[in-house]
Design a protein around this ligand. Sequence first.
Ligand code: ADP
Ligand code: ZN
Length: 642
Amino acid sequence: MNMPKISSNHDKKDNEEKDKQEVREKQIRAGVSYILVNLVMLWLFQQFILKPLIIRETQIPYSEFKAKITNGEIVNVTLGTERIVGIMKNPEAKETKNATIPFTTNAVPDGDPTLISALDKAGVEYNVTEPPSPLGNFLLAYGLPLVLIGGLWYMGSRQMGGGGMGAGGIFGVGKSKATEVKPEAVGITFKDVGGADEAIAELKEIIQFLKAPEKFAGLGGRIPKGVLLVGPPGTGKTLLAKASAGEAGVAFFETSGSEFVEMFVGVGAARVRDLFEQARKAAPAIIFIDEIDAIGQSRAGAIRMGGNDEREQTLNQLLSEIDGFHTDKDKPVIIMAATNRPEVLDQALLRAGRFDRQITVSAPDLTGRVQILRIHSQKIRLSPDFDIERAARMTPGFSGADLENTMNEAALLAARRNATAVTIQDFDAAIERIVAGLEKKTRIMNEQERTTVAYHESGHALVAELAPRADPVAKVSIVPHGRGALGYTMQMPTEDRYLLTREELQDRLAVMLGGRAAEQVVCGSISTGASDDIQRASELARRMVTEFGMSEKLGTVRYATQQYQFLSGESSTSASPETLKIIDEEVQRIITEQYDRAQILLRDHRDALETVTQQLLKTETIDGAVVKQALVDKAGELIPVN
Ligand code: ADP
Ligand code: ZN
């Protein structure tokens, strides 16, 4: 029973040993390159800064000096007890620009009694101040730069070497850029987070620990250290971390992974050290690192580039800081990090005792959206008949940040029309803006394009109404919108769904392909306007085959190896070439079936397609009810087709 545990401990130790070894090697390498850089700098300093500064005198014998005085070649001299320096006419004056050059000669030990009179006779300007000693020159040439470089070296090594006394570094580059929020200033609690009940439940334990670490340890709870919040942007990961600090009444440090990514080796690591030092001083505290993937990307898979050494050092520093602070039971520091791509993180980060706790934060469901809209409408005057539930139903897939934006936009729109309260119509208009970007009224579409788009959108809308398990249509529009969308059909789900049957997915596919089917049915030709539809349909069909086991040919086997990724929407497949071929065939079959089905539906309701299209061309935007009406008018009643 104990065996696996022991061996895993052993592994961990080995790995840690390896990490440390790596850090040491990195530091040695960094040190050697530092010395080389300094030597080059010293040489450059002397060549280009000191040489022109320090006067290079030509050494001449005393006899020559005396001869030059008589010949009138000496311009001026400074007489010292040991040396004589001065300016003489340049013997090579024709070849170089300088008519005069400095010279030096050794003085006669007990003084030359004839010198002064010779100088007087030749009319040479002279004085008797002690000239600068060669030692002074030497110090200037070598001592000063050495002192300077030594200073830089000292500061640099303080940054790079482990420990040291604080990581101020040169000009504060090693200072962490994290913002510190004092416990009493956090001002956010779980009440300000909507639709994240599960995440909150998981965070409760962390808060217990932060509030009473001794009690927690006494109860035998394993002391938490790192929490990874995983989810798409805008879903409230930062908010949750901050609210945790608010609930526990501890200090909050917020920073982003990208702030540790720097050009110079050692700077990121110094910042990490500084951040943890600050946090330890303020403990108990929560450190929040947004976008941890910027530093924590897997070392194995990464492309080796210039900045890689730096990132590795930063990551290693982060790891050793996380490993280091567990002993401090009365000054707990919890580190939270957010990412959207946990799969790219270095495994070392996810090892036990580091970010071993993962909390998924997903886009809110219907009830979640209701809660979030309630939270963000607190400071907004809503009209009494504003139905928050309806508003939530209009915004499937919206993140918390999207909802906040929409609510703000609605308030702005209401203010623009000088209203005293925000109505559901304002919210409606705000959704349009958020979903599709600002309306581009200026864009001129030619009549044929407009007609094609109208048929295309009518196709989506009619198939959505006709397919028995598709969500009903809320709104259809051919107003050109941002992000390349020429029009859109908005469906309104009656409820949030977690389980979808194969029939429902097939209906979805038919709706997605309905746009192109309409173009095909009416014009007999197709346009590029459907590329986005096709992409989404292909993705869905592929998932049906590889993830949901909805193909009879392939059976109930999962072929997708990785989790469906939040952002990229990709799922990679691992299968033999033969299987891959069958997968492709199955995807194609599913798509073709639904494309054909959409075409049949539209052919059967050709009149309704015409009615809806004409209405769209007339008013640009129509309500879902118009689509329904068009079908009823023709058929007398709605006949669902298989
Ligand atoms: P993330 O860190 O996941 O990218 P943020 O926490 O920065 O998202 O969210 C941005 C803003 O959106 C928050 O400040 C908050 O106003 C709003 N928000 C996001 N999610 C929620 C939520 N679940 N409840 C309330 N507000 C939210
Ligand atoms: Zn379309």
